[in-house]
Ligand binder design. Structure first.
Ligand SMILES: Cc1cc2nc3c(=O)[nH]c(=O)nc-3n(C[C@H](O)[C@H](O)[C@H](O)COP(=O)(O)OP(=O)(O)OC[C@H]3O[C@@H](n4cnc5c(N)ncnc54)[C@H](O)[C@@H]3O)c2cc1C
Length: 406
């Protein structure tokens, strides 16, 4: 056991995509940082096979990555721009088309492998000497004092900091140690994730079909520039149906997927193993306490149907960094942290309620609900102001977006 004591401005627990985004923003402000994660950070080189876990990075999140010089690294690895999104319903005629052109932009966003995001953010941080890396370490206790917090690790190391940030995902230990309540509801669905090859080109378009069993998304990947036939899928299905699908052989699974996709991109072939993630809606009672702040999934977990979970987390990081740079007060004090919570709690709760409503409305085969959602889709598709409002928000381009996302 090595006893060692460090003193830094901020301790971040969780070296995932959101924790590393926050760390990048804070080192730009010349704050000293310790990053704790019980896992090592994933590695990336060109020979690594394409990873099925991807994020639809909004232009707002891209601006944050550009600010910390991580976007050019992501581009040099693998990113796939998409210009359009088609959404349609299994029951009825409901459909909606979002196009970057409607907002006079070139793209709606980029599909980026999670590993590419995480390793690029890690590489930019490694150019900086102001970081203490505590990877492979387990957190044991946090003691909150009047003017600092003290974090104790299983290895015997301890760290004093003005602020401790929980960026440690849906099962956050920081949230638990701080005694912050977390309201969790299972959607009773699994998200099946895999790489597939389609018969027809995806045309740089994200395709999403709402089925009564859950939504299926085909997210376009451009790594084979010529054919444009590679996609990552996120297929949300009930737990029982997920078990059934996971028991099928490769060929049977691909057939079921082809049927579920309405043959929009023709026959589908499976190109990777299929991984299954439980889908959970979760919200912490509060995003802050004295000397403690939660960001990303540690504060809120969403259904992946609108591809917003990680984007909300990147915005949390940008807003928290903004609050911390614009203060001459003690950065772990409640006075300062309340500004962060006030700025974030509304958007995260609205997004969560919207996702819950989508899952309920699209999971129903009730005739009245099907008719109502067909009408809602038609209205949203034909009314440009409504459509532009949705798109601007989903793309992280609303007028009140944080400074670092501009
Ligand atoms: C199937 C699926 C598809 C999705 N698609 C999208 C999408 O297209 N767009 C989008 O915006 N979002 C999407 N999401 C949501 C997105 O993946 C999450 O919101 C995002 O990964 C959260 O990032 P995070 O850094 O907050 O947490 P995590 O990615 O969970 O990272 C947490 C980090 O903390 C570490 N950690 C955990 N516990 C401890 C501990 N006790 N001590 C130390 N370290 C710890 C972990 O090792 C990890 O490195 C999707 C989610 C799912 C399930």
């Amino acid at each position: 056991m090595t006893a060692e004591h460090l003193t830094v401005d901020v301790v971040i627990t969780g070296a995932g995509m959101v924790g590393l985004t926050l760390a990048n923003l804070l080192v730009q402000q010349e704050k000293s940082i310790a990053i704790i994660d019980h896992n090592p950070v994933a590695e990336f080189n060109d020979s690594h096979p394409v990873e099925a876990r991807v994020t639809a990075v909004s232009p707002g999140s891209q601006a944050i990555f550009e600010y910390v010089n991580a976007w050019e690294l992501m581009q040099s690895k693998r990113v796939s721009p998409f210009t359009d999104m088609h959404v349609w319903d299994e029951a009825g005629e409901a459909k909606i088309h979002f196009s970057a052109k409607e907002l006079q932009r070139n793209i709606l966003g980029h599909i980026v492998e999670n590993r590419v995001i995480q390793t690029s953010l890690y590489e930019t941080l490694n150019r900086n000497a102001n970081i203490e890396w505590l990877l492979g370490e387990h957190l044991n206790e946090i003691a909150v004092r009047q003017d600092h917090a003290e974090v104790l690790l299983d290895s015997g190391k301890s760290i004093s900091a003005k602020l401790v940030v929980g960026a440690d995902g849906g099962r956050s230990i920081i949230r638990n140690l701080a005694g912050i309540n977390y309201h969790e509801k299972s959607y009773q669905q699994m998200g099946l994730v895999a790489l597939v090859e389609t018969e027809y080109p995806h045309s740089n378009t994200a395709w999403q079909r709402f089925l009564s069993t859950g939504p299926l998304a085909l997210l376009p990947l451009n790594h084979d520039q010529e054919s444009q036939k590679m996609c990552s899928i996120v297929w949300s299905v009930s737990q029982d149906y997920a078990d059934e699908l996971m028991r099928l052989n490769e060929h049977e699974f691909a057939n079921a997927l082809t049927q579920a996709s309405d043959m929009k991109l023709g026959n589908i072939i499976l190109k990777s193993n299929c991984a299954a993630f439980p889908l959970i809606s979760g919200q912490a009672d509060t995003m802050i306490q004295s000397r403690i702040a939660l960001v990303g999934d540690a504060a809120h977990t969403l259904h992946p149907l609108a591809g917003q979970g990680a984007n909300l987390g990147f915005t949390d990081a940008a807003v928290l960094a903004d609050v911390l740079t614009n203060t001459d007060r003690d950065m772990g004090s409640l006075k300062v942290l309340r500004k962060y919570e006030r700025a974030r709690v509304g958007e995260t709760q609205i997004m969560q309620k919207a996702m819950d409503a989508f899952v309920t409305a699209f999971g129903s085969t009730n005739h009245a609900i099907v008719t109502a959602r067909n009408a809602a889709f038609r209205t949203a598709d034909s009314l440009q102001p409504i459509k532009k409002f949705f798109m601007t928000h989903a793309m992280g381009l609303s007028k009140d977006r944080p400074t670092y996302a501009r």
